[in-house]
Design a protein around this ligand. Structure first.
Ligand code: SF4
Ligand code: SF4
Ligand code: SF4
Length: 579
């Protein structure tokens, strides 16, 4: 342990702690902009400058390690003046259009300006006028609002190991961009949106599809069906000031009805179909000597990453469509036939924790007769905006319910939202099938938790199944290399593209860097997901009466010819660097 003084207060912290972390532990806030815990700790923006007794220059607290006897001042006149000038310089080169900015009232730069009392900007910046890159189906980049903090670059390069963006040029014309100034849409960006949730300002946002949804709802010739993914219900409340990880399933169903959708359903029911198809695929591959490990494919960012980086292993991916695509396919076939509707008159909207789903819905292989399974995908944040635009008092809204035919789901489906959840859901079904029993012990704790890679071995009906779970693409890359190079063997692998899985997907509510220092957002939202699982009457996908009914009435057996036609897909090998 190391003893030091911060603002004359005695503080004792472990060796290796930075001054910034030590101050936070002592409840002293030091402002930051480029710092993002575990992602970007580079001391670049100079907002966290502090005075250290005996040192000639001010030091960046986010990268300065504590030392025995150090005396630190975080709020001296010299520190306050330095921070204010730095902030004014950043603002002088910033397109200050808060009123029309996506991050208005949720912007770390705006908040800092208020906290540091910046009422006048004494400098004129160069303000180069950059074009907005909005060619990607998922991500919009606006360098006019970028403060060059590099949080997006770090998360893309170091956490996701994609490296689609970097800082180009020097001085006033420094800017974030893709190789050869290409659009994100032309490079190997996987649309994960982790750069958006890392960005402190409005320089990155999702491609907004709200107006397309309003237009569909207003069109009387269209039957508009909405579905919501498992992870949305543990983040949407944050858009209305509720605590991180508040479960709002009932309010969300009620709000969606209030928005005017014709049918409000739960993607969770379709997740149960994914388990039936993927679980059957696993059993068939194990029993018939098929390609192993079977690797999950419901995360579109992960699928695109695999297509770019491991094209030789695409046969390992489960051919089962992701839950929202299965939902769309069933709505435009089973539901359309039952209700005498033309699939072309149905608009399926999915509310997802994910920006890559916007890219996924446009994949041509996820369509039937030119009609996409899902027409529009919006993020949790976009749904929050729609509810605000409609004037719905979300916090005080009484709970509503989902509509038939996709109104019943299971605990297995809801845990899809957390890393390890798809694997656990599949094991609940596979174990029952292999043993022929209705097993009571259905929680697989070895695959839970927020570690980047988790491995386990389970024995089911005398069969050993080796498991691996990875979340975040850097961890996925490592695991895939181990498998490809023969250094590790598994039968079943789950990969989710975003660190923490869908609960911290690129479309979820944005949590600021200060909060992320003290709250483990992944763990808090995942706990809410597992609490929801515990509260469910049915916790295994094959016990879902909606699922069994639709197989009996329409699809036949899991992995039947018809199920393959509707619920399975294929993948495309891509260039390593370009789309
Ligand atoms: S990024 Fe922040 S400071 Fe800049 S215009 Fe948007 S809200 Fe205002
Ligand atoms: S969406 Fe993901 S892959 Fe694309 S630039 Fe952002 S972090 Fe990188
Ligand atoms: S786009 Fe956002 S995260 Fe990336 S450098 Fe600019 S301000 Fe920082």
């Amino acid at each position: 342990m190391v003893n030091l003084k911060i603002n004359n207060i005695d503080v004792t912290v472990p060796e290796g702690t930075t001054i910034l972390e030590a101050a936070r532990l002592a409840n002293i806030n030091i402002p930051t902009l480029c710092y993002l815990k575990d992602v970007n700790e580079i001391g670049a923006c100079r907002m966290c400058l502090v005075e250290i007794k005996g040192a000639r220059a001010l030091q960046a607290a986010c990268v300065y390690p504590v030392a025995e006897g150090l005396e630190v001042y975080t709020n001296s006149p010299k520190v306050r003046e330095a921070r204010k000038v730095t902030l004014e310089l950043i603002l002088s080169n910033h397109e200050r259009k808060c009123l029309t900015c996506v991050r208005n009232q949720n912007c770390e730069l705006q908040k800092l300006s208020e906290e540091l009392g910046v009422t006048d900007i004494r400098f004129d910046g160069e303000n180069p006028n950059y074009g907005v890159d909005d060619l990607s189906p998922s991500i919009v980049r606006d360098n006019n609002k970028c403060i060059l903090c590099r949080r997006c670059v770090s998360v893309c390069k170091n956490v996701q190991t994609v490296g689609a963006i970097d800082v180009m040029e020097r001085g006033f014309i420094s800017h974030v961009g893709c190789t050869f100034e290409k659009s994100l849409n032309e490079v190997s960006c996987v649309n994960c949106g982790q750069c958006i949730t890392a960005c402190p300002v409005g320089a990155l946002k999702e491609k907004e599809d709200i107006d397309r949804v309003w237009d569909a709802i207003a069109d009387e010739t269209k039957h508009v069906v909405v579905q919501t993914a498992p992870a949305v219900r543990v983040s949407l409340g944050e858009e209305f000031g509720m605590p991180i990880g508040t479960r709002v399933t009932g309010k969300m169903a009620a709000a969606l009805k209030g928005l005017g959708f014709d049918l409000v359903c739960d993607t969770d029911t379709a997740a149960d179909f994914t388990i039936m198809e993927e679980g059957t695929e696993l059993l068939q591959r194990i029993q018939n000597g098929g390609k192993l490990p079977l690797i999950t494919s419901c995360s579109p960012g992960w699928v695109k990453f695999c297509e770019h980086n491991f094209p030789e292993m695409l046969d390992n991916l489960s051919s089962a469509k992701s839950p929202h695509e299965m939902f769309g396919a069933l709505i435009k076939s089973y539901y359309a036939e039952k209700n005498n509707l033309d699939p072309k008159d149905i608009v399926v909207v999915s509310v997802m924790p994910c920006t890559a789903k916007k890219y996924e819905v446009a994949r041509e292989e996820l369509a039937a007769n030119g009609c996409p399974d899902v027409d529009i995908s919006i993020t949790t944040r976009e749904l929050g905006k729609m509810i605000k635009q409609a004037g719905i008092d979300f916090v005080n809204l009484p709970d509503g319910k989902f509509d038939a035919p996709f109104e019943t789901s299971t605990g297995a489906a809801v845990i899809f939202g957390a890393t390890g959840g798809v694997m656990e859901a599949a094991l609940r079904t596979v174990a029952d099938i292999l043993t022929g029993e209705d097993l009571e012990n259905i929680e697989y704790h070895d695959v839970r938790g927020t570690n980047g890679i988790k491995t386990a071995e389970v024995e089911v009906a005398g069969k050993k199944i080796r498991l691996a779970v990875a979340n975040g693409l850097g961890c996925a890359r490592y695991l895939m290399e181990q498998i490809r190079d023969g250094k590790a063997q598994y039968e079943f692998v789950e990969i989710m593209g975003c660190p923490g899985g869908c609960v911290t997907g690129g479309g979820q509510s944005i949590v600021d860097a200060k909060t992320k220092m003290s709250v483990d957002v992944k763990a808090v939202r995942a706990k809410a997901i597992y609490d929801e699982d515990k509260s469910m009457a049915i916790r295994k996908s094959h016990k879902n009466p909606v699922v069994t009914k639709i197989y009996e009435e329409y699809l036949g057996e899991p992995c039947s010819h018809k199920a393959h036609d509707l619920l399975h897909t294929h993948y495309v090998a891509r260039d390593k660097h370009y789309n």
